[in-house]
Design a protein around this ligand. Structure first.
Ligand SMILES: NC(=O)c1ccc[n+]([C@@H]2O[C@H](COP(=O)([O-])OP(=O)(O)OC[C@H]3O[C@@H](n4cnc5c(N)ncnc54)[C@H](O)[C@@H]3O)[C@@H](O)[C@H]2O)c1
Ligand SMILES: [Zn+2]
Length: 372
């Protein structure tokens, strides 16, 4: 086991560590405060992750003397449902869950969000550990304690803020991740650089290719810097009343694109965010808030990773700018009836802006659809 970086998420009594390294899954038991010996422990995963990774975790927990139960949900967003939540809860109850139990969520953001919510509910809350196996989950969804399932009315509408006992990012797990999924997570890494860390942005300009080639040292650094950025924002604003909104850079546009595409696989979340960030840069430039050169560099960093930066690349097209913009209205992050956009005064200088008119937002989408 090699722990390369450790990041603390400081939340008083609910503080925890994110451990980033290699060979961590076989040592899963070591990360549970108090140890797992004699406990009923639940490993939640999905069918793509059970074989290469979650089995390793289950075996490690057994070796450490836990009674281990493992459940694999079907891969994909559809498993983040009320129905699946109920099945996970029943599974734990049927297998003798007690308040001394723990849940290990081994998988991407779907497993993490579903598992975290189930852990928050069963027996009024048992500890859980996040073992993220996608890049997106390692740098984003596993950190911060937001858990949720989707409703037919929209995504993530039912959930809880419930912090894990630990987050274990084993970079070895990323070796089996499909390239498109990997790059989707890379878009969130670029987001941290763009929103508040110009030095990290410079570093990515030089080392982004090494990160995307999954070179261990570069990848570990990028994951650690990203986790530190998210941890700092979460520590300051656990319940998203202020600065945590900056994490939505690229997401107001991105969510509208995802919704317009009907979550049909045309666009992965990170791809939508990549296009959304390019739109935010373009709108910031158009509103004379951001130097054109910074907007160009932002888009170039995404393009260098072969991420999409314009809605013109989505096939088949999802309709016109106005109909895509209409999806933004149903986004839940609306303050006082006005849409909140995260815009940029330059690289590393994101801010919350409530002054974007509907016409400006529609025009930005229209430019993106034309590939401008
Ligand atoms: N809680 C939060 O703060 C937060 C933040 C961002 C996103 N999210 C949520 O995260 C979810 C998206 O997460 P995601 O992108 O990880 O998606 P995901 O969990 O669906 O995983 C993507 C795909 O990769 C597969 N996979 C996972 N790990 C693998 C591995 N190591 N090797 C091979 N295949 C692997 C999965 O089976 C799945 O098919 C969304 O539901 C989103 O709402 C939550
Ligand atoms: Zn995101």
């Amino acid at each position: 086991m090699t722990i390369l970086h450790q990041v603390e998420v400081s939340l008083a009594a609910r503080s925890y560590n994110i451990s980033i390294g290699a060979g961590l899954l076989p040592r899963a038991a070591d990360f549970f405060p108090g140890g797992v010996t004699g406990r009923a422990v639940f490993v939640l995963t999905d069918e793509n992750v059970i074989r290469p990774h979650a089995d390793v975790v289950a075996a490690a927990l057994k070796r450490a003397g836990a009674t281990v139960h493992i459940m694999a949900v079907p891969p994909g967003e559809a498993s983040k449902s009320m129905d699946m939540l109920q099945r996970v809860l029943s599974w734990m109850i049927d297998h003798g869950v007690t308040r001394q139990s723990a849940l290990f969520a081994v998988g991407g953001g779907v497993v993490g969000d579903l598992g975290g919510l189930a852990a928050s509910l069963v027996m009024r809350g048992i500890p859980y550990l996040q073992m993220p196996t996608t890049l997106l989950a390692q740098v984003d969804s596993s950190v911060g304690g937001k858990t949720a399932v989707n409703m037919k009315q929209g995504k993530n509408l039912v959930g809880a803020f419930y912090q894990p006992a630990a987050v274990i990012c084993d970079l070895d797990t990323l070796a089996t991740l499909p390239r498109r999924e990997f790059l989707s997570g890379y878009a969130e890494i670029v987001k941290y650089a763009l929103l508040g860390d110009p030095e990290f942005f410079d570093w990515l300009e030089r080392n982004g290719a090494a990160v995307c080639a999954r070179e261990p040292a570069a990848l570990a650094h990028a994951v650690a810097v990203s986790c530190r950025a998210k941890a700092a924002i979460v520590a300051e604003d656990e319940r998203e009343t202020g600065n945590r909104a900056l994490l939505n850079l690229g997401h107001t546009f991105g969510h509208a694109l995802e919704a317009a595409a009907g979550y049909d696989g045309r666009l992965l979340h990170g791809e939508a965010v990549s296009i959304g960030m390019a739109m935010a840069l373009d709108l910031s430039r158009e509103m004379k808030l951001c130097p054109a050169e910074d907007a160009r560099r932002g888009a170039a960093l995404l393009t260098a990773a072969e991420l999409p930066v314009s809605a013109a690349t989505i096939r088949p097209s999802m309709g016109d700018a106005r109909s895509i913009a209409a999806w933004m209205d149903s986004d839940k992050k609306i303050a006082d009836g006005r849409k909140t956009f995260i815009l940029l005064r330059g690289i590393g200088k994101a801010f919350t802006c409530n002054d974007v008119t509907d016409a400006q937002a529609v025009d930005a989408i229209a430019r993106s659809l034309k590939g401008d």
